[in-house]
Design a protein around this ligand. Sequence first.
Ligand code: PGA
Length: 244
Amino acid sequence: MKKYFAANWKLHKSPKETVEFFDKFKKHLSQIDFQKSSVVFFPPAVSWQATAQSLDGTEIEFGAQNIFSKNSGAFTGENSLSMLKELGGQWGLIGHSERRTIFGENEELLLQKIEHCISESVAIIYCVGENLTERQSGKTKDVLLRQLQTLLSASTGDANLVVAYEPVWAIGTGVVAQVDQVAEAHKTIYEQLKEAGLGKTPILYGGSVKPENSKELISVEHVSGFLVGGASLDPESFLRICKS
Ligand code: PGA
C-alpha cells in the first residue's frame, strides 16, 4: 500500500515563508519515491496560492486545513473548496482535534464537511483521537469508534479517504505514543473500517512524529504514514520523515 506523508502547518508560514520552504524542499525531491509515497501539504489558506505556484510541475499535493460545507455565500471568515480547487488543491483535513476543541466543531458539522468534500471529489484526511482523560479512564476505543462513525455515516462511495489517528495528548507535546498503543488504536480503526467495506483505507499516525521516531512507527501494522505538525515546518526534518 502507498505511504502518505502529510504536513499540517497549522497557523504557520506566510506566502513568503512558504516559497522559501519549497525552494529548499524541492531540491531533494529525487530522494522521495513517488510511486510508493504521496506527499501532501496543508498550508494556511493565505498561502495556498504560493503553495500552488511552488508545487507546479511536481507530484506533491496540497489541501485545506479547514473548509466550510458550502462553496460560497454569507459565511464570514470561512474557506471554500471550489476556491481551493481553482488553485489545484485536492485535499481537505477534517476533524483535527484543534478544530474539535478550540473551535467547537461537532460530529454534525464534521459530517457536513465530509459530505461536501465527497460531493466535490476532494480527498479527505479524517482525524480521530482520544484525549488524556479519555485514555486514562479506558475510553480510547469508544472514542475512536464514535468519531469514526461520523465518517462511516457519510455516503463514502468511491471517495478518496484517509483516516489519521492522533491521540490528543501526543499532539505538539513531544510525547509520542508507544508502539503498542499505536498498534492497538490502528487495529481498532482498521477493523471498524473493514467491517464497513473500507478496509483499504490508509490509516496515518499523528502526534509528535519526528525523523527520530518515524522509522519505528512506520513499521507498525496498519500504519500507512503520518500526519506531521511541528516537524513538517523544517524542510530537512520533513524530508527525512518522507524517506522513512
Ligand atoms: P505535531 O502535530 O506533529 O506537532 O504533534 C500533529 C498534528 O496536529 O497534526
